[in-house]
Design a protein around this ligand. Structure first.
Ligand code: SF4
Length: 398
């Protein structure tokens, strides 16, 4: 059944509450849902219902297209001046001998390792240490661009920038402008966590505030950069905190239009100060993707990090509003594995990513960072034999 038919079918369901019917009608009419309706969805909507709405929006925006890219990560350090309670990755400065701190030469060695690889993006993020300052990143971005001008630098988050710009006595705008002139192309979405101070102060009390995070993105957008946004969900927040988080993003997006992708990040409880907090279920993951797709009507893309939620859940998420499952990664990030993700050495070949997408009936497109099409893999046949197929059914109502 087409996604539009499924939505019409749902609207005729006599057992559906008036509230859920009204939200479904809004989705069909391309109208925005309110804050209260967002909370209502979290509190009352079942997975099947959410899947129909989110998939309708996803297919209206992108059809069956599912994006991925060929990228690698550089994590310059996992030592950090901050002390986020959910972080499994960082080592405090006093324990810095347990971690790693790269210099610019070391980071350039990683860049050169990919000289003959068809990657389009380097994603840079990590901890915050004083010596990785403005000059450090200015030099790295410049050398990276001199070496490989076409490689897109998606670098750092407002957590790092807030610290770096404050030390350099630059405004957010001046700092972003300077680093853009050195080669920075765009910004990933990390560091957002949960914006509301009631939660932020408990889980990430000492790093940039929500307003500072949002302002740095706004300044980047003013400079013509595209950026992403994340939300760390499934810990001590309540549903309305999630909606508040998305509301702030939706408001900024109305103003600037600079966000490309929203990426919900699942809280994992391994080896951090919140290891007593249970993780949410896969059903809650899927509900969360779907509500994000419904609420963030002005965000072009919703992404699931396959390395964080597992390959199978990434496949499922494609029926719940997700249209992007990130990149090949090439085992270059430790952020997810150190937090207890299923993928302990995250790397997928292009063939594996393409197969993963095709096996749930979607259309794989390799994109660059800005969603330009690099290769359409729908008709491409790889030489090796395909692995065993895995099928998942789409959400069914009644
Ligand atoms: S989440 Fe980021 S800012 Fe917080 S402690 Fe970990 S590395 Fe540092």
């Amino acid at each position: 059944m087409e996604s539009t038919q499924k939505l019409s079918f749902l609207l005729n369901d006599k057992n559906l509450s008036e509230e859920l019917k009204s939200i479904a009608q809004k989705v069909l009419n391309d109208q925005r849902i309110t804050f209260d309706e967002g909370v209502y969805l979290y509190e009352h909507a079942e997975l099947g219902y959410l899947g129909v709405l989110a998939n309708y929006i996803r297919e209206k925006k992108h059809g069956d297209i599912t994006y991925f890219n060929r990228n690698f990560h550089i994590e310059p350090t996992n030592v950090c001046v901050y002390d986020c309670k959910f972080c499994s990755y960082s080592r405090l400065i006093k324990n810095r001998t347990d971690g790693w701190e790269m210099d610019v030469d070391g980071m350039m060695d990683i860049i050169r390792k990919y000289d003959n690889e068809p990657v389009t993006e380097v994603h840079i993020t990590g901890g915050v240490v004083p010596k990785q300052n403005l000059e450090f990143y200015a030099e790295f971005f410049k050398r990276c661009k001199e070496h490989r001008p076409e490689l897109h630098i998606k670098g750092l988050t407002p957590v790092e920038y807030y610290y770096i710009f404050k030390k350099a006595k630059l405004s957010h705008y001046e700092g972003m402008k300077y680093l853009q002139s050195c080669g920075l192309d765009s910004m990933p979405g990390g560091g957002a966590e949960i914006f509301h101070p009631e939660i932020r102060e408990k889980i990430a009390h000492d790093k940039c505030t929500a307003d500072q995070w949002l302002d740095i993105h706004e300044q980047a957008h003013k400079l013509g950069m595209h950026t992403n946004a994340t939300m760390l969900y499934g810990h001590i927040e309540e549903y309305w905190h999630r909606v508040d988080h998305m509301e702030r993003l939706r408001t900024l997006q109305d103003k600037t239009g600079g966000f490309q992708t929203f990426i919900p990040l699942k809280f994992r409880n391994k080896d951090n100060q919140m290891d007593n907090v249970p993780e949410v279920s896969v059903i809650e993951d899927l509900r969360n993707y779907a509500i994000a797709r419904i609420y963030l009507d002005n965000f072009p893309h919703i992404k699931a990090y396959w390395a964080m939620i597992s390959r199978n859940t990434a496949q499922l998420s494609l029926a719940f509003g997700v249209d992007d499952i990130d990149g090949t990664l090439d085992d270059t990030t430790k952020i997810y594995s150190m937090a207890g993700a299923e993928e302990q050495n995250p790397a997928m070949s292009t063939k594996e990513l393409v197969d993963l997408i095709k096996h749930v009936g979607r259309h794989p497109i390799e994109r660059d960072t800005l969603y330009n099409v690099v290769t359409d893999y729908n008709e491409v046949e790889f030489e090796e034999e395909n692995p065993k197929k895995q099928y998942y059914s789409l959400p069914v109502v009644n």
